[in-house]
Design a protein around this ligand. Structure first.
Ligand code: GDP
Length: 528
């Protein structure tokens, strides 16, 4: 056991997801407030400043804003060291969310109490379910008129297909929202507001306390007694094992705006979620407490700071301790190297760090050598963590530069943006890079591509939509795609690594290809 075992064991790394506007940013900020990372809420530079209009275009800006200013943050709370990973709320960026979830050990899902499960909640939840990670639910905005709590739980169960366990229960809502009843301790936590910028004052009272009527009022007291009876009779048993396998979601109620319920959430959540979990590398299971350092890259972001044209690779440390002075081995690159300018976000500040531990996320300066899914480990070791699958793109466009003199910038821009995982690029078989086929999961990504090529690489492009809907990688290694028997509207292409693929206009054509080429093996996912 390494002597920094306690450092690793006190770490908690989670992703936060929500439909836009449910309160993810506000809640994150309140975590920082309670953790003492900021003295007053409202200090973290809000994305609100950049959100002036509601057009699709602003939507992209907003997404970029989210991931640029607050993609990963670390703070301390009662002895725990907590890493929060922010995720984009828009479905067109669900692949980004999936990659972020690979780096997390659990997820916190924020729900608007007046709206319940919304379109993006459903989509993001599906992505969480693919990873089987524990999902904690925070029902937010209880300071406003909310829907019936039982009805909300029923909707979560029915719409998302997960069992729920209310850990606490709200006392009133809207102006009457007084606090929460903690089911485990059978205590009432009554809050008094100090304005949203400062922590709320909490008073704990036993359920049987004779002064309860005076505190929360007779009506709410009666309602609470009835609801507790219903809950105790009806709700599922609490089972931590089912929580850890993503089958049962602990539910909490509160208001991020007034801070009511934020602390009770943090306290329970930190106990229920796990210390850094192991990750698989083929046959090998790499435990967080293993002696040697290891990590994998899950996100690459270029030009976070336009003035510096930097490119940052974010990695999750899987095991051991990272020491900025020591060399690490980059498995895919086959090279020993020293990670350059390692940094972490502490509240709103970016800090250069000397050390970090399993569970932590660090960003390092990337001169263009890392790809998503890459493994780093101690020199002398060589294993690769299971790759991060890419989602099959569903929309395709033919893209070329308007000004042929800008060929170099065009190739550089499209290649770099593709390395970040924001788009996937393909070519005609044997074709050059001056014209590429771009595949995306959500069409907003096309707009991001166009915007970024213009703003970061100074290249105007022409885009032409293609009628394809499905893409399949050809798994057979020595197969010449020219020999395949295909429908005339099926297109043969190759990816940047020279692997062959097929583009189909409909699923019927996929079946046709498989039936007429019995040896052909197609796969929906391309590994990084
Ligand atoms: P995000 O898009 O999920 O990050 O949501 P934000 O945190 O940006 O919040 C969206 C809006 O809801 C903002 O105007 C917040 O002030 C407001 N909001 C967030 N939490 C609460 C809450 O608990 N109660 C109320 N009344 N408003 C809230």
């Amino acid at each position: 056991m390494p002597n920094y075992e306690s450092e690793i064991k006190r770490r908690r790394t989670f992703a936060i997801i929500s439909h836009p506007d449910a309160g993810k940013t506000t809640l994150t900020e309140k975590f920082l407030l309670y953790g003492g990372a900021i003295a007053q809420a409202g200090q973290v530079k809000g994305k609100k400043n950049t959100r002036a209009a509601t057009s699709d275009w602003m939507e992209i800006e907003k997404q970029r804003g989210i991931s640029v200013t607050s993609s990963v943050m670390q703070f301390q709370y009662e002895g725990y060291c907590i890493n929060i990973l922010d995720t984009p709320g828009h479905q067109d960026f669900s692949e980004d969310t999936y990659r972020t979830l690979m780096a997390a050990d659990s997820a916190v899902m924020v729900i608007d109490a007046a709206k319940g499960v919304e379109a993006q909640t459903r989509k993001l939840f599906k992505v969480c379910a693919m990873r089987d990670i524990p999902i904690f639910t925070f029902i937010n905005k209880m300071d406003r008129e909310a829907r019936d709590s039982f009805e909300l739980l029923e909707e979560l169960e029915k719409e998302l297909g997960i069992e729920t366990y209310p850990v606490n229960w709200p006392i009133g809502c809207g102006k009457d929202f007084q606090g929460v009843y903690d089911r485990g301790s059978r205590k009432i936590i009554h809050f008094t507001s100090n304005g949203g910028a400062k922590a709320a004052t909490a008073t704990e009272v036993e359920l049987g306390d004779p002064n309860l009527d005076g505190l929360i009022g007779e009506r709410l007291h009666r309602q609470l007694t009835d609801e507790i009876e219903l809950l105790d009779g009806a709700a599922a048993e609490f089972d931590l094992d089912r929580v850890r396998h993503g089958k049962l979601s602990p539910v909490f109620f509160g208001s991020a705006l007034t801070n009511f319920g934020v602390e009770p959430f943090l306290e329970h959540f930190l106990q229920m979620t796990t210390a850094p979990l192991p990750r698989r590398a083929g046959e090998l299971v790499v435990d967080s407490l293993d002696d040697d350092f290891s990590a994998f890259v899950f996100k690459i972001q270029a030009n976070m700071n336009k003035a510096h044209r930097d490119r940052i690779a974010f990695m999750r440390i899987v095991s051991g301790r990272f020491d900025a002075d020591k060399e690490v081995y980059h498995v895919q690159g086959g090279k020993k190297l020293r990670l350059s300018r390692p940094q972490q976000l502490m509240a709103a500040e970016r800090e250069i760090i000397e050390e970090a531990y399993a569970g932590d996320i660090i960003g390092v300066f990337d001169p263009g050598i890392f790809s998503i899914g890459d493994t780093l480990c101690a020199p002398g070791k060589a294993f690769t963590f299971e790759g991060i699958p890419t989602f099959a793109p569903e929309h395709f466009s033919l893209v070329r530069q308007v000004d042929t003199m800008k060929r170099k910038q065009f190739i550089k821009g499209t290649t770099q943006i593709a390395q970040e995982g924001a788009i996937q690029i393909f070519q005609e078989i044997g074709g050059g890079m001056e014209e590429v086929i771009v595949g995306v999961v959500g069409t907003l990504q096309f707009d991001v591509l166009e915007y970024r090529l213009k703003n970061e690489y100074n290249v105007d492009i022409r885009m032409e939509g293609l009628p394809y809907q499905y893409i399949r990688w050809i798994e057979n290694e020595d197969l010449d795609p020219k020999t395949l028997n295909l429908t005339s509207d099926t297109k043969r292409i190759q990816d940047v690594r020279g692997r062959y693929l097929l583009l189909f206009t409909n699923s019927w054509n996929i079946n046709w290809a498989e039936e007429h080429n019995p040896d052909l093996v197609l796969s929906e996912f391309g590994r990084n």
